[in-house]
Design a binder for this molecule. Structure first.
Ligand code: CP
Ligand code: NVA
Length: 303
Protein backbone atom coordinates (compact mmCIF):
# COMPACT_ATOMS: atom_id res chain seq x y z
CA UNK A 1 0.00 0.00 0.00
CA UNK A 2 1.29 3.48 -0.82
CA UNK A 3 2.39 5.70 2.05
CA UNK A 4 2.12 9.51 2.18
CA UNK A 5 4.15 11.99 4.21
CA UNK A 6 1.78 14.65 5.47
CA UNK A 7 2.74 15.22 9.12
CA UNK A 8 5.01 12.55 10.74
CA UNK A 9 2.48 12.60 13.62
CA UNK A 10 1.62 8.93 13.09
CA UNK A 11 5.25 7.75 12.93
CA UNK A 12 6.97 5.61 15.54
CA UNK A 13 10.10 7.04 17.21
CA UNK A 14 12.27 4.20 15.83
CA UNK A 15 11.11 4.88 12.25
CA UNK A 16 11.79 8.60 12.66
CA UNK A 17 15.30 7.87 13.94
CA UNK A 18 15.90 5.52 11.00
CA UNK A 19 14.82 8.18 8.52
CA UNK A 20 17.23 10.66 10.10
CA UNK A 21 20.03 8.10 9.77
CA UNK A 22 19.06 7.51 6.14
CA UNK A 23 19.23 11.25 5.43
CA UNK A 24 22.73 11.37 6.85
CA UNK A 25 23.81 8.31 4.87
CA UNK A 26 22.44 9.77 1.63
CA UNK A 27 24.28 13.02 2.35
CA UNK A 28 27.55 11.16 2.97
CA UNK A 29 27.26 8.62 0.13
CA UNK A 30 25.06 10.13 -2.59
CA UNK A 31 26.45 7.81 -5.26
CA UNK A 32 24.81 4.82 -3.60
CA UNK A 33 21.41 6.42 -4.11
CA UNK A 34 21.88 7.75 -7.66
CA UNK A 35 19.33 5.35 -9.19
CA UNK A 36 16.68 5.24 -6.48
CA UNK A 37 14.22 7.16 -8.66
CA UNK A 38 15.47 5.95 -12.05
CA UNK A 39 12.62 6.16 -14.58
CA UNK A 40 10.34 7.88 -12.06
CA UNK A 41 8.65 11.26 -12.35
CA UNK A 42 7.47 13.47 -9.50
CA UNK A 43 5.04 16.37 -9.90
CA UNK A 44 5.63 19.29 -7.53
CA UNK A 45 2.58 21.52 -7.23
CA UNK A 46 3.01 24.87 -5.47
CA UNK A 47 0.14 27.14 -4.43
CA UNK A 48 2.60 29.44 -2.61
CA UNK A 49 6.05 30.85 -3.41
CA UNK A 50 9.21 28.90 -2.60
CA UNK A 51 12.95 29.13 -3.06
CA UNK A 52 14.44 26.41 -0.86
CA UNK A 53 11.74 23.75 -1.13
CA UNK A 54 11.29 24.00 -4.86
CA UNK A 55 14.98 24.02 -5.76
CA UNK A 56 16.03 21.41 -3.20
CA UNK A 57 13.31 19.01 -4.41
CA UNK A 58 14.14 19.56 -8.07
CA UNK A 59 17.89 19.10 -7.66
CA UNK A 60 17.45 16.33 -5.09
CA UNK A 61 15.14 14.31 -7.35
CA UNK A 62 17.65 14.71 -10.17
CA UNK A 63 20.41 13.40 -7.89
CA UNK A 64 18.28 10.32 -7.15
CA UNK A 65 17.97 9.66 -10.89
CA UNK A 66 14.39 10.90 -11.20
CA UNK A 67 12.66 13.73 -12.98
CA UNK A 68 10.54 16.54 -11.53
CA UNK A 69 7.75 18.52 -13.19
CA UNK A 70 7.11 21.86 -11.49
CA UNK A 71 3.49 22.93 -11.51
CA UNK A 72 3.01 26.56 -10.54
CA UNK A 73 -0.52 26.68 -9.23
CA UNK A 74 -0.17 30.40 -8.49
CA UNK A 75 0.55 31.58 -12.05
CA UNK A 76 -1.37 28.77 -13.76
CA UNK A 77 -4.52 29.53 -11.78
CA UNK A 78 -5.16 25.83 -11.24
CA UNK A 79 -6.92 26.50 -7.98
CA UNK A 80 -10.66 26.61 -8.49
CA UNK A 81 -10.52 25.21 -12.05
CA UNK A 82 -11.39 21.70 -10.89
CA UNK A 83 -11.67 19.87 -7.59
CA UNK A 84 -8.51 18.93 -5.69
CA UNK A 85 -9.45 15.24 -5.86
CA UNK A 86 -9.61 15.40 -9.66
CA UNK A 87 -6.27 17.23 -9.89
CA UNK A 88 -4.62 14.54 -7.75
CA UNK A 89 -6.24 11.60 -9.57
CA UNK A 90 -5.09 13.03 -12.93
CA UNK A 91 -1.54 13.68 -11.72
CA UNK A 92 -1.34 10.11 -10.46
CA UNK A 93 -2.06 8.88 -14.00
CA UNK A 94 1.43 10.02 -15.05
CA UNK A 95 3.48 10.73 -11.95
CA UNK A 96 5.00 8.31 -9.43
CA UNK A 97 4.70 10.81 -6.61
CA UNK A 98 3.23 14.22 -5.77
CA UNK A 99 4.95 16.95 -3.77
CA UNK A 100 2.56 19.75 -2.82
CA UNK A 101 2.76 23.13 -1.08
CA UNK A 102 -0.78 24.22 -0.35
CA UNK A 103 -2.79 26.73 1.64
CA UNK A 104 -4.96 24.18 3.40
CA UNK A 105 -3.93 20.89 4.98
CA UNK A 106 -7.30 19.60 3.83
CA UNK A 107 -6.14 19.85 0.20
CA UNK A 108 -3.26 17.49 1.02
CA UNK A 109 -5.66 15.04 2.63
CA UNK A 110 -7.82 15.12 -0.50
CA UNK A 111 -4.74 14.64 -2.70
CA UNK A 112 -3.63 11.68 -0.58
CA UNK A 113 -7.04 10.05 -0.81
CA UNK A 114 -7.50 10.58 -4.53
CA UNK A 115 -3.99 9.70 -5.72
CA UNK A 116 -2.72 6.13 -5.68
CA UNK A 117 0.86 7.47 -5.48
CA UNK A 118 2.67 8.95 -2.43
CA UNK A 119 1.89 12.57 -1.55
CA UNK A 120 4.53 14.65 0.27
CA UNK A 121 3.69 17.81 2.21
CA UNK A 122 6.00 20.63 1.07
CA UNK A 123 4.34 23.04 3.56
CA UNK A 124 0.74 23.74 4.39
CA UNK A 125 -1.01 26.01 6.86
CA UNK A 126 -0.34 23.72 9.82
CA UNK A 127 2.75 21.60 9.08
CA UNK A 128 6.16 21.77 7.40
CA UNK A 129 7.53 18.24 7.95
CA UNK A 130 10.37 18.40 5.39
CA UNK A 131 11.70 21.47 7.18
CA UNK A 132 11.68 19.77 10.58
CA UNK A 133 13.54 16.73 9.24
CA UNK A 134 16.27 18.99 7.79
CA UNK A 135 16.47 20.92 11.06
CA UNK A 136 16.95 17.86 13.23
CA UNK A 137 19.46 16.47 10.72
CA UNK A 138 21.34 19.74 11.22
CA UNK A 139 21.32 19.31 15.00
CA UNK A 140 22.30 15.66 14.66
CA UNK A 141 25.34 16.61 12.63
CA UNK A 142 26.22 19.53 14.90
CA UNK A 143 25.97 17.67 18.21
CA UNK A 144 26.30 14.04 17.11
CA UNK A 145 22.87 13.42 18.66
CA UNK A 146 19.38 14.88 18.98
CA UNK A 147 18.27 13.01 22.10
CA UNK A 148 18.59 15.18 25.20
CA UNK A 149 19.16 18.49 23.41
CA UNK A 150 16.87 21.45 24.16
CA UNK A 151 15.47 23.62 21.37
CA UNK A 152 13.73 26.89 22.25
CA UNK A 153 11.41 28.20 19.54
CA UNK A 154 10.77 31.94 19.91
CA UNK A 155 8.10 33.75 17.87
CA UNK A 156 4.80 32.92 16.19
CA UNK A 157 3.34 29.47 16.87
CA UNK A 158 2.97 28.23 13.29
CA UNK A 159 3.37 25.37 10.79
CA UNK A 160 7.13 25.17 11.39
CA UNK A 161 6.65 25.12 15.18
CA UNK A 162 4.11 22.31 14.88
CA UNK A 163 6.44 20.12 12.84
CA UNK A 164 9.40 20.86 15.11
CA UNK A 165 7.23 19.77 18.06
CA UNK A 166 6.14 16.49 16.45
CA UNK A 167 9.49 15.46 14.98
CA UNK A 168 11.43 16.67 18.05
CA UNK A 169 9.18 14.68 20.37
CA UNK A 170 9.78 11.57 18.23
CA UNK A 171 13.56 12.08 18.20
CA UNK A 172 13.96 12.92 21.90
CA UNK A 173 14.55 16.70 21.73
CA UNK A 174 13.25 18.77 24.68
CA UNK A 175 11.42 21.88 23.54
CA UNK A 176 10.39 25.25 24.88
CA UNK A 177 7.87 27.12 22.75
CA UNK A 178 7.82 30.84 23.52
CA UNK A 179 5.21 33.00 21.78
CA UNK A 180 3.38 36.24 22.46
CA UNK A 181 -0.10 35.76 23.98
CA UNK A 182 -2.68 34.86 21.29
CA UNK A 183 0.03 33.45 19.01
CA UNK A 184 0.40 30.05 20.68
CA UNK A 185 0.58 26.80 18.75
CA UNK A 186 -2.55 24.78 17.93
CA UNK A 187 -3.61 23.16 21.24
CA UNK A 188 -4.47 19.83 19.58
CA UNK A 189 -1.05 19.57 17.95
CA UNK A 190 0.63 20.56 21.22
CA UNK A 191 -1.32 17.79 22.94
CA UNK A 192 -0.32 15.32 20.21
CA UNK A 193 3.34 16.27 20.68
CA UNK A 194 2.95 15.88 24.47
CA UNK A 195 1.49 12.41 23.96
CA UNK A 196 4.51 11.38 21.88
CA UNK A 197 6.85 13.13 24.34
CA UNK A 198 5.51 11.08 27.24
CA UNK A 199 6.60 7.91 25.43
CA UNK A 200 10.06 9.25 24.52
CA UNK A 201 10.88 10.98 27.82
CA UNK A 202 10.86 14.47 26.31
CA UNK A 203 9.87 17.68 28.14
CA UNK A 204 7.82 20.20 26.17
CA UNK A 205 6.69 23.48 27.68
CA UNK A 206 4.94 26.61 26.41
CA UNK A 207 5.46 30.12 27.71
CA UNK A 208 5.10 33.81 26.85
CA UNK A 209 8.35 34.64 28.65
CA UNK A 210 11.59 34.71 26.64
CA UNK A 211 13.54 34.13 29.86
CA UNK A 212 12.26 30.54 29.69
CA UNK A 213 14.77 29.95 26.86
CA UNK A 214 17.59 30.05 29.40
CA UNK A 215 19.69 26.91 29.21
CA UNK A 216 18.53 25.94 25.71
CA UNK A 217 21.15 24.58 23.32
CA UNK A 218 19.65 26.29 20.32
CA UNK A 219 17.19 29.12 19.64
CA UNK A 220 14.90 28.81 16.61
CA UNK A 221 13.20 31.76 14.86
CA UNK A 222 10.67 31.98 12.03
CA UNK A 223 8.76 34.78 10.34
CA UNK A 224 6.14 36.55 12.44
CA UNK A 225 3.73 36.48 9.48
CA UNK A 226 3.42 33.25 7.51
CA UNK A 227 2.51 33.08 3.82
CA UNK A 228 -1.18 33.70 3.35
CA UNK A 229 -1.47 35.84 6.50
CA UNK A 230 -2.43 39.29 5.25
CA UNK A 231 -2.11 41.01 8.67
CA UNK A 232 -0.06 44.19 8.17
CA UNK A 233 3.34 44.07 9.89
CA UNK A 234 2.52 47.37 11.63
CA UNK A 235 -0.37 45.65 13.44
CA UNK A 236 1.83 43.03 15.13
CA UNK A 237 5.34 44.51 15.19
CA UNK A 238 5.14 45.96 18.71
CA UNK A 239 3.78 42.67 20.06
CA UNK A 240 6.55 40.63 18.47
CA UNK A 241 9.56 42.93 18.89
CA UNK A 242 10.25 41.69 22.47
CA UNK A 243 10.48 38.19 20.92
CA UNK A 244 13.20 39.15 18.44
CA UNK A 245 16.02 36.59 18.37
CA UNK A 246 19.15 38.69 18.78
CA UNK A 247 22.60 38.70 20.34
CA UNK A 248 21.26 39.80 23.74
CA UNK A 249 18.90 36.81 23.85
CA UNK A 250 21.69 34.43 22.83
CA UNK A 251 23.87 35.79 25.61
CA UNK A 252 21.13 35.76 28.23
CA UNK A 253 20.10 32.18 27.47
CA UNK A 254 23.58 30.80 26.85
CA UNK A 255 22.38 29.14 23.63
CA UNK A 256 25.24 28.18 21.36
CA UNK A 257 23.40 28.09 18.03
CA UNK A 258 20.60 29.88 16.23
CA UNK A 259 18.30 28.38 13.58
CA UNK A 260 15.73 29.78 11.16
CA UNK A 261 13.90 27.95 8.36
CA UNK A 262 14.12 31.03 6.07
CA UNK A 263 13.05 33.21 4.34
CA UNK A 264 14.36 35.42 7.16
CA UNK A 265 13.50 39.07 7.66
CA UNK A 266 16.69 40.68 8.87
CA UNK A 267 16.27 42.81 11.99
CA UNK A 268 12.68 41.76 12.50
CA UNK A 269 12.35 38.21 13.91
CA UNK A 270 16.16 37.78 13.86
CA UNK A 271 19.03 40.24 13.63
CA UNK A 272 21.04 40.26 10.42
CA UNK A 273 24.29 40.13 12.37
CA UNK A 274 23.15 36.93 14.11
CA UNK A 275 22.30 35.32 10.76
CA UNK A 276 25.84 36.09 9.61
CA UNK A 277 27.53 35.04 12.86
CA UNK A 278 29.40 31.85 13.72
CA UNK A 279 26.46 30.58 15.76
CA UNK A 280 24.16 30.53 12.71
CA UNK A 281 23.08 27.11 11.40
CA UNK A 282 20.84 28.61 8.71
CA UNK A 283 22.79 27.52 5.64
CA UNK A 284 23.30 23.99 6.96
CA UNK A 285 19.54 23.80 7.50
CA UNK A 286 19.00 24.96 3.91
CA UNK A 287 21.52 22.45 2.57
CA UNK A 288 19.95 19.66 4.58
CA UNK A 289 16.52 20.29 3.07
CA UNK A 290 17.67 18.31 0.05
CA UNK A 291 19.18 15.42 2.00
CA UNK A 292 16.16 15.08 4.28
CA UNK A 293 13.76 15.15 1.34
CA UNK A 294 15.84 12.61 -0.53
CA UNK A 295 15.54 10.31 2.47
CA UNK A 296 11.75 10.78 2.39
CA UNK A 297 11.64 10.09 -1.37
CA UNK A 298 13.86 7.03 -0.95
CA UNK A 299 11.67 5.74 1.88
CA UNK A 300 8.38 6.29 0.01
CA UNK A 301 9.37 5.60 -3.58
CA UNK A 302 12.64 3.67 -3.55
CA UNK A 303 12.45 0.27 -5.20
N1 CP B 1 12.11 27.07 4.37
C1 CP B 1 11.38 27.02 3.25
O1 CP B 1 10.46 26.22 3.11
O2 CP B 1 11.76 27.92 2.29
P1 CP B 1 10.93 28.21 0.96
O3 CP B 1 9.64 28.86 1.37
O4 CP B 1 11.81 29.16 0.18
O5 CP B 1 10.71 26.94 0.23
N1 NVA C 1 5.97 29.81 8.63
C1 NVA C 1 6.47 30.18 7.33
C2 NVA C 1 7.47 29.18 6.87
C3 NVA C 1 8.10 29.50 5.54
C4 NVA C 1 9.06 28.44 5.09
C5 NVA C 1 5.32 30.29 6.34
O1 NVA C 1 4.43 29.43 6.36
O2 NVA C 1 5.31 31.23 5.56
Amino acid sequence: MKQDLLTFADWAPEDMAQLLELAQTIKQSPGRYANVLAGKSIVALFEKPSLRTRVSFEIGIHKLGGHMVYLDSQAGKLAGREDAVDVAANLACWADGIVARVFSHNTLQQFAEAAHVPVINALCDIYHPCQALADYLTLYETYGKVKGLTLAYVGDGNNVTHSLLIVGALLGCHQIVITPPDHEVDPDIFEKAQTIARTTGVNIVQSHDVAMAEGADVIYADTWLSMGDETPLSAIKDTFMPYQVNEALMQKTGAKYVMHCQPAHRDLEITGTLIDSDCSLLMTQAENRMHGQNAILTHLLGA
